[in-house]
Design a protein around this ligand. Structure first.
Ligand SMILES: Cc1cc2nc3c(=O)[nH]c(=O)nc-3n(C[C@H](O)[C@H](O)[C@H](O)COP(=O)(O)OP(=O)(O)OC[C@H]3O[C@@H](n4cnc5c(N)ncnc54)[C@H](O)[C@@H]3O)c2cc1C
Ligand SMILES: NC(=O)c1ccc[n+]([C@@H]2O[C@H](COP(=O)([O-])OP(=O)(O)OC[C@H]3O[C@@H](n4cnc5c(N)ncnc54)[C@H](O)[C@@H]3O)[C@@H](O)[C@H]2O)c1
Length: 472
């Protein structure tokens, strides 16, 4: 057994762990990194990257079939599922070197490709090594949740860990769960030629603003995706090629293939957390505001920490723990400025409070400014007029923003800046966006807030009248 002493041990080389390892080693700390699976974790191998690559193929097919409005003849796309998979693999391969063992070793990180488990409060065993670390960062991520629905274990099904290896088109894909994974994959598969049925127990895209979610669902339905809401799966039957799902209310759905997208479960198993006095909750590792676990030497970030489960959230949390570990500075993880986006077409993006949450929190003090996509000239040129941006404000300061429509995920970034720095709407109004861009929407929604104050104010009219009488 080799004994290694280090400043920081990172367990898990995914979005969170890699960010900590790269940041800490480049600032002079000794870092050991453990990874039992593929470098890059879920996002690169089974999550964000392959799903967005697949959506890009789907978009290419859709555009080919819907070009007539631009004066270019529609063409039925000839989709080659094997070539689509080659594209997905090629996109992953292009990003892989950035997350690779070689790159991290060049940076000075000791990378050990083994499963880690705690043997004491400050020691972890991995393969033939015992690593004693002053600080440990637990970033082991999450796995697909497969609930014990009767019959599910008797039929073949895909999860995000197997879906992106497929090289054939499923004829009729049933998707259990209408969250972001379910809806992104529903549209991708439908546009690539599969029939798709989403079976959702509550409301599809239920974590988002209902009006914005409805706009996305309307588009997906118009493209042929069947979305059954309020359909809690109670039983699964059948065999490969003929799968049947029965909902609690008796509705049944039949298809040839099944994707389970029912949420995530934290990777807490097999870590021997008890040996280190690390407590868990249902959502994952129990952490305080500074992302410290119940063992003060150990921090936890990313999906396993049970908060917002996004790559950029894990990256942000990495910065918080680096500050605390390397500089001993008090550091708290905030969530109000962390956006999320669902990359359906149209996209759906949120930062801070939704309108309903803002009303609950702020009551009558809440003001909502809204601007619709059809007032944006670029959206008109691109024929992408469906959508809106709405900004929830309290005393002129945004507390939440919802954007649904073309490029909503790009447009939300500005509002993270606004919320991170507690900026006022007047500061957004001061920005000048190039014409004609989708980015003008962000300025126009600020304009929608100020226009009534300027154009409908008797006081402003009186002042202007007065000045006009007196200036030569
Ligand atoms: C289909 C899908 C699409 C997604 N799309 C997006 C998106 O568009 N945008 C976005 O922001 N987020 C997206 N996400 C979420 C994103 O992938 C996760 O939030 C992110 O990967 C979490 O990073 P992490 O570091 O916590 O975990 P991971 O990236 O999963 O990394 C954890 C790593 O730890 C390793 N590990 C586990 N246990 C041990 C152990 N005991 N010892 C050693 N190693 C261990 C695992 O092998 C894994 O590599 C998506 C997720 C899915 C499933
Ligand atoms: N664009 C992105 O950023 C992106 C994309 C994909 C995934 N992700 C991350 O991955 C996480 C997991 O995504 P997800 O879509 O698997 O989970 P989710 O928890 O968001 O959605 C799961 C859905 O399944 C439904 N459900 C639960 N049990 C059911 C049953 N028995 N029958 C029918 N429906 C049932 C729930 O009501 C819920 O709507 C997300 O929360 C997000 O953090 C992010």
């Amino acid at each position: 057994m080799e004994r290694i002493e280090t400043d920081i041990l990172v367990i898990g080389a995914g979005s969170g762990g890699l960010s900590v390892a790269a940041g800490a080693v480049q600032m002079g700390a000794r870092v050991v990194l453990l990874e039992s699976g593929r470098m890059g974790g879920d996002c690169l191998n089974y999550g964000c990257v392959p799903s967005k690559a697949l959506l890009a193929s789907a978009k290419a097919a859709h555009q080919q079939a819907h070009a007539a409005a631009f004066g270019v003849a529609d063409q039925a796309p000839q989709v080659d599922p094997g070539a689509v998979n080659d594209h997905v693999r090629d996109v992953i391969a292009g990003i892989e070197p950035h997350d690779s063992q070689e790159r991290f070793e060049e940076l000075g990180v000791r990378v050990i490709r083994e499963h880690g488990l705690f043997v004491s409060a400050s020691e972890v065993e991995a393969g033939g090594h015992v690593i004693a670390a002053r600080r440990i960062v637990l970033a082991t991520g999450s796995s697909p949740l497969v609930p014990p629905i009767p019959g599910l274990d008797g039929v073949p099904f895909e999860t995000n860990e197997t879906l992106f290896d497929r090289r054939e088109r499923p004829e009729h894909l049933l998707i259990l769960g209408g969250g972001p994974i379910g809806m992104e994959m529903a549209q991708a598969h439908a546009r690539l030629g599969s029939k798709v049925t989403v079976i959702e127990g509550a409301r599809a895209l239920g974590k988002d603003d209902p009006e914005a979610a409805a706009l996305v669902l309307d588009h997906l339905r118009a493209e042929g995706v069947e979305i059954a809401e309020g359909a809690m799966a109670a039983a699964v039957r059948g065999k490969a090629g003929a799968i049947e799902i029965e909902a609690e209310d008796g509705r049944t759905f039949r298809g040839t293939h099944l994707l389970v997208a029912l949420g995530r479960t934290p990777n807490t198993e097999g870590l021997n957390l008890e040996a280190a006095g690390i407590e868990t909750t249902k959502a994952g590792i129990k952490v305080d505001a500074g992302l410290r676990t119940t063992n003060r030497r150990v921090y936890s970030i990313g999906d396993i920490a049970g908060g917002m489960q996004f790559t950029h959230a894990a990256g942000y949390q990495a910065g918080v723990v680096i500050r605390s570990i390397l500089f001993g500075l008090p550091s708290k993880a905030r969530t109000a400025h962390i956006p999320w986006a669902t990359y359906t077409d149209p996209e759906l993006a949120q930062v801070g409070l939704t309108e309903a949450q803002a009303r609950d929190t702020h009551g009558d003090r809440l003001e909502v400014a809204r601007f619709d996509y059809d007032g944006n000239d670029r959206a008109r040129a691109e024929r992408r007029m469906a959508g809106f941006a709405k900004v929830m404000m309290v005393r002129g300061r945004p507390v939440g923003v919802t954007i649904v429509g073309h490029q909503a995920g790009e447009l939300i970034g500005l509002w993270s800046l606004v919320l991170a720095n507690n900026l006022k709407m007047s500061q957004v109004a001061a920005m000048v966006a190039p014409y004609p861009t989708m980015g003008e929407l962000n300025k126009r929604v600020a304009g929608a807030y100020f226009s009534p104050r300027l154009f409908e104010s008797p006081m402003v009219k009186r002042v202007v009248g007065f000045v006009q009488r007196w200036i030569p």
